[in-house]
Design a protein around this ligand. Structure first.
Ligand SMILES: C[S@@+](CC[C@H](N)C(=O)[O-])C[C@H]1O[C@@H](n2cnc3c(N)ncnc32)[C@H](O)[C@@H]1O
Length: 463
């Protein structure tokens, strides 16, 4: 079937991971970048006995559900794949994904899935963006066909599935404040000064990566990663940013001569300002350092944590375990309403941040431990810390390890609040927990408007 063209396929609905579904000769066909209601010609990219994957090559009829994407980079950038669908429908589809995954995978009695908690800000909602410098800019079909010579240096985002190609971003609707200005001014300066943009194939070039983090009250952190240890070049770039953008409260840089862009194992140098920014949530202050994890949509993170806290139903007497605590944000957020909160997390520096944030907020009833969940959450650990009345768990996309689920079944806490960014693995884990628990509430939250991602909170109560 590969490469076969299927004509006038009717797109019926949205499935998981944002893919749409049609049918051909009784087989399901998954198609990306279309909308339910479209009629399209598609080319098969993968053929299996039970389903096909295909790409749209011609749209015959546009769905009435479509809206005009507002971003000039839509379609190449891959960052906001659902801009062609109205926000109301995005919310309907996201909720439906949760319903579908729970019915298909969990197969347990379910309460009504609540309407998704939508975002007030559907643009400029992210507090962190990561831009890549490249000497291999993505060229459009028109640019290639024109035969002209174009600037090949770029600063922007990866083209989906292309590690070596970067879309040069002129305006991004994901982050507000000075994000767009900083990126564009830095690129203009670098081009004017003939500074080298990174060459991913040969691993050369001075300018490698730019991360911008921001807070709701206007603090900005800019981190520049350099691919060469060139003090003069580094000073030139950092002095430029410092002078041009006095609003940057935390101006940092990293020399990264490694093959990959991760910098958890590298020194971060402070060029100007502080080495952190500080986000505020309900009077609590969270220090965000360059290596710290912090939920990327602060406003919706607050809504998510409110849901988790409400589901936990705390009275001030409970021992709460916050599993996969990251930098302890949930643990610190609920601490004011619990007797004690114990956070566990894999990444040691995140645990240090969690402890620092607790101290910073004068919280004395939180404790944090680092290590792999299945190794830390043991009978010994529980006997040293008291059994939990409530477990809050927020694992990565892959969900929880089966040993952790077995331990939760053994612990039999009266309530488990399960927060997840992947309803499929969440539904799988809920099925295993249903041996002792029933699902009593399901609340999806939209953390990422214009994308198909959905966050979901489930309350499980002991039978
Ligand atoms: C979705 S994040 C949770 C974030 C946090 N609850 C928050 O809201 O900021 C998942 C966390 O699980 C941690 N993690 C992943 N695998 C782990 C494991 N096997 N054991 C312990 N922690 C793990 C990751 O480092 C990450 O911080």
């Amino acid at each position: 079937m590969k490469n076969k063209v299927l004509q006038r396929l009717k797109i019926e609905r949205i499935a998981s991971e944002g893919k749409c579904v049609g049918h051909h000769d009784g087989k399901v066909v998954f198609v990306s970048n279309v909308a339910p209601g479209d009629v399209v010609d598609v080319r098969v990219t993968k053929g299996r006995s039970s389903f096909l994957e295909a790409e749209a090559i011609k749209i015959h009829e546009y769905s009435d559900n479509r809206v005009s994407p507002f971003c000039e980079h839509f379609g190449t950038c891959g960052g906001c794949k659902w801009q062609h669908i109205s926000y109301e429908l995005q919310m309907t589809y996201k909720r439906q994904q949760v319903v579908d995954q729970f019915q298909r995978i969990a197969k347990v009695p379910l309460p009504e899935v609540m309407p998704i908690i939508g975002a007030k800000d559907t643009r400029y909602y992210r507090n962190k963006l990561d831009f890549t410098f490249s000497n291999n800019r993505w060229l459009t079909r028109e640019e290639i066909d024109s035969g002209e010579n174009f600037e090949r240096n770029a600063l922007g985002f990866h083209v989906p599935k292309r590690f070596d190609k970067i879309v040069d971003i002129n305006h991004c609707y994901l982050q507000g404040g000075i994000s767009n200005e900083v990126r564009n001014e830095l690129r203009t300066f670098a081009l004017k000064e003939n500074l080298t943009f990174y060459d991913i194939i040969n691993q050369t070039g001075l300018l490698r990566n730019l991360i911008i983090r921001s807070t709701a009250d206007g603090q900005t952190m800019a981190i520049v990663q350099f691919g060469e240890d060139d003090p003069q070049g580094i000073d030139k770039v950092m002095s430029f940013l410092n002078k041009k953008f006095p609003e940057i409260t935390s101006l940092l840089y990293i020399v990264n001569l490694k093959k990959n862009e991760t910098f958890l194992d590298l020194d971060v140098h402070t060029f100007a300002g502080r080495d952190y920014i500080e986000e505020n949530m309900e009077g609590l202050k969270f220090k965000i350092r360059p290596k710290s994890f912090y939920q990327t949509n602060s406003q919706q993170a607050y809504r998510l944590y409110q849901v988790a806290r409400e589901f936990a139903g705390l009275t001030g007497k409970e021992t709460v375990y916050d599993l996969y605590t990251g930098t302890g944000t949930i643990a610190n957020f609920v601490a004011g309403r619990a007797r004690q909160v114990i956070g566990i997390e894999y990444v040691e520096p995140a645990i240090e941040d969690a402890r620092e944030n607790a101290r910073h907020n004068q919280l004395t009833n939180t404790q944090f431990y680092s290590g792999d969940m299945k190794d830390v959450l043991t009978d010994d650990f529980v006997s040293q810390h008291q059994k939990p009345d409530v477990v809050i768990t927020d694992p990565p996309r892959a969900g929880m390890h089966e040993d952790v689920i077995q331990m939760l079944l053994k612990l039999s806490a009266p309530k488990i609040v399960y927060v997840s960014c992947n309803p499929a693995t969440q539904a799988r884990d809920v099925a295993l927990l249903s041996e002792k628990y029933q699902v009593s509430r399901i609340q999806p939250v939209d953390m990422f408007p214009q994308t198909y991602h959905v966050e979901n909170v489930v309350l499980l109560e002991l039978n």
